[in-house]
Ligand binder design. Structure first.
Ligand code: NAG
Length: 587
């Protein structure tokens, strides 16, 4: 009896002391030394992913966001910058007081008019409220990306915007004073439907565009003109009857080269020497780029070999699209060819790379492919018939497909719950810090249409992938903001603290049960997310206080080739259940 009592007393004192230390350390904002190492690193096999019967859940986040989300980028300010085209001279959001309307000349009537509608807005992901922004040089079908300092830079567009480079946000403005800063004629060539990608040094390359068989590098300094254009015959060679070479898919791979896929061919471009260093096998089956509009993403880049400097593998996905003449048929006959259903992946760092093909649960054009925080991918939005272009598609694909890259061919896809809202031409989606998917846009018209088979969409939805199912909440890691390193240096160690509040005393956790991932928030338009990448970081050690508090020492990616400088969302993933992401910066 007395022994038991004393054990209880001692245990209580221990618990209180530990609790005191946690609270105290938090109050003093000091790092807590977490004493007990967790074993089972490389050798231990991970326990299976936590399972759920959920096939995802849909909700409406906004009934009217005012501007149809044709082009979007999640910003480190937790706002999504959205813009559409100015050419419609219409949206469902007007400028607020103090934002003068924009004079323009109507080409049809030759009259001078004013445009008081916002064609861009900032969407607050916490409140779901919007703030109108002003963009005047038409950014229709342009490209963009986040600079290392968190500025959104967008290039090209239509007519007066086709050679414009425009900037938004970043350190030079704060909060509600931010608006677009536009610089006309700073590109050397018209870029309508070009692709922009961040490179290892933080610079952007802009590739292609309509009848633009070239690329150029954006200047580091805001407002300057690009230095020159580089002729790129590959884009000319891959242009066919329907073009199908627009919005080329580009991915920066671990050796610093740029993988470029256009129509059905691909190569590696060295952005330092501007030489083509390798070409890949043709991907048969149809056309993948705009307007056939398949989609592409890199599989997660695994840095667990970082201790011995790699080698790092890069594997690409190219899925869906349509036949080479589907756009021509849609435009001339208004009949809509069934889209491609195949999904192809290739290890582009292999000595002898080959396309490996598998079928998706449904065919898709104009869909997005997003890297989820836990390493899975999501195919979402788009149509099952037709192509990109106004009135050129039918049979919306309402059903997202979850993709498990680790599984065997034939078992990688899982159909999710369908939505009720069509997201076809000019629709977009984005991964939010909390792991939810923000789904918006869709406008298959040259104006805003309220009543139509496919009305212009300004409603915003949220899609919660299965990992957000409530039954998994108890396994969800909670990162401790103040004890997690947020200014990463290439190749340096940093610390992450997290809690598994419902897993107190779980001595069963092994290193293999935890992953740390880092996500670059892409610029998404026309079924492609530019600069998107997810990295799986190297974990050096995990320790615990046996009270549900854990500390990870992780290695930051070694270089800009692996992770271009800038803002990323950092996640701790516990047997496929991700924490909420924290913004970090790497340079
Ligand atoms: C690749 O695309 C071109 C251009 O449309 C086409 O002529 C060619 O047949 C395609 N190749 C294959 C193998 O599908």
């Amino acid at each position: 009896m007395t022994t038991l009592t004393s054990v209880i007393v001692i245990l209580t004192i221990l618990t209180l002391t530990l609790t005191f230390f946690v609270v105290d350390a938090k109050q003093k904002k000091q790092k807590l030394q977490i004493p007990f190492p967790i074993f089972g690193g490389g050798q231990a096999t991970a326990k299976p992913d936590f399972d759920t019967a959920s096939i995802g859940q849909w909700e409406i986040l906004s009934q009217n966001s005012g501007v149809s989300a044709m082009q979007i980028n999640l910003m480190p300010t937790n706002k999504i910058v959205v813009y559409d085209a100015t050419i419609y001279r219409l949206s469902r959001l007007q400028y607020t007081k103090g934002m003068p309307c924009v004079p323009y000349r109507d080409d049809r009537t030759l009259q001078n008019k004013i445009d008081c509608f916002a064609h861009s807005m900032e969407y607050d992901i916490e409140t779901n409220l919007v703030r109108p922004l002003k963009v005047t040089q038409d950014p229709w079908c342009s490209c963009g990306g986040l600079t290392p300092d968190g500025t959104l830079v967008s290039a090209g567009g239509f007519q007066d915007g086709t050679r414009t480079i425009r900037h938004f946000g970043g350190p030079t403005c704060k909060g509600n004073n931010c608006d677009w800063r536009e610089y006309k004629n700073t590109l050397q060539e018209d870029r309508w439907y070009g692709t922009q990608t961040i490179l290892a040094n933080g610079d952007f390359i802009v590739v292609g565009g309509r009848r633009a068989f070239s690329y150029e590098y954006l200047p580091k300094q805001e407002g300057l003109k690009t230095e020159r254009i580089y002729f790129f015959p590959f884009l000319y060679e891959t242009s066919d009857i329907d073009e199908n070479n627009l919005y080329p898919f580009t991915h920066l791979i671990p050796d610093g080269n740029l993988f470029i896929f256009s129509n059905n061919r691909s190569l590696l471009l060295n952005p330092k020497t501007n030489k083509v260093v390798r070409t890949y096998p043709v991907l048969p089956g149809g056309a993948r780029n705009y307007p056939a509009s398949g989609t592409s993403a890199l599989l997660p880049i695994d840095l667990s070999n970082q201790d011995n400097n790699g080698p790092y593998k890069a594997e690409v996905l190219i899925c869906g699209g349509n036949s080479h003449d589907a756009f021509y048929i849609a435009e001339t006959k208004k009949t809509f060819e069934p889209c491609l259903k195949d999904c192809n992946r290739m290890i582009i760092t292999d000595k002898v790379p080959k396309w490996e093909t598998e079928q998706m649960p449904s065919s898709r054009t104009m869909g997005d492919c997003l890297n989820l925080p836990n390493g899975q991918l999501l195919f979402i939005n788009g149509a099952q018939k037709g192509t990109a272009g106004w009135w050129d598609a039918d049979s919306p694909n309402l059903t997202p497909a979850l993709y498990y890259p680790e599984r065997k061919n034939g078992q990688r896809f899982k159909q999710m719950a369908p939505t009720k809202i069509s997201r076809m031409y000019h629709s977009t989606s984005a991964v939010l810090p909390n792991g939810k998917i923000w789904v918006a846009g869709s406008n298959t018209h040259d104006t805003y249409k309220d009543i139509d088979k496919f009305p212009t969409e300004t409603r915003v939805e949220g899609f919660s992938p299965p990992y957000l199912d409530q039954t998994l909440d108890k396994h969800k890691p909670i990162m401790i903001d103040e004890f997690t390193g947020k200014n990463l240096k290439y190749g340096h160690k940093f610390e992450i603290q997290f809690m598994l509040p419902n897993d107190v005393g779980n001595n069963d956790l092994s290193k293999a049960d935890i992953k740390v991932t880092m996500y670059f928030p892409p610029f998404t338009t026309h079924g492609y997310s530019m600069s998107q990448r997810l990295l799986l970081l190297n974990i050096r050690s995990i320790s615990t206080d046996r009270q549900g508090l854990y500390s990870i020492v992780a290695l930051a990616p070694p270089s800009g080739e692996l992770a271009p400088p800038g803002y990323y969302l950092l996640y701790v993933v516990h047997r496929s259940v991700p924490s909420t992401g924290l913004w970090i910066h790497i340079e």
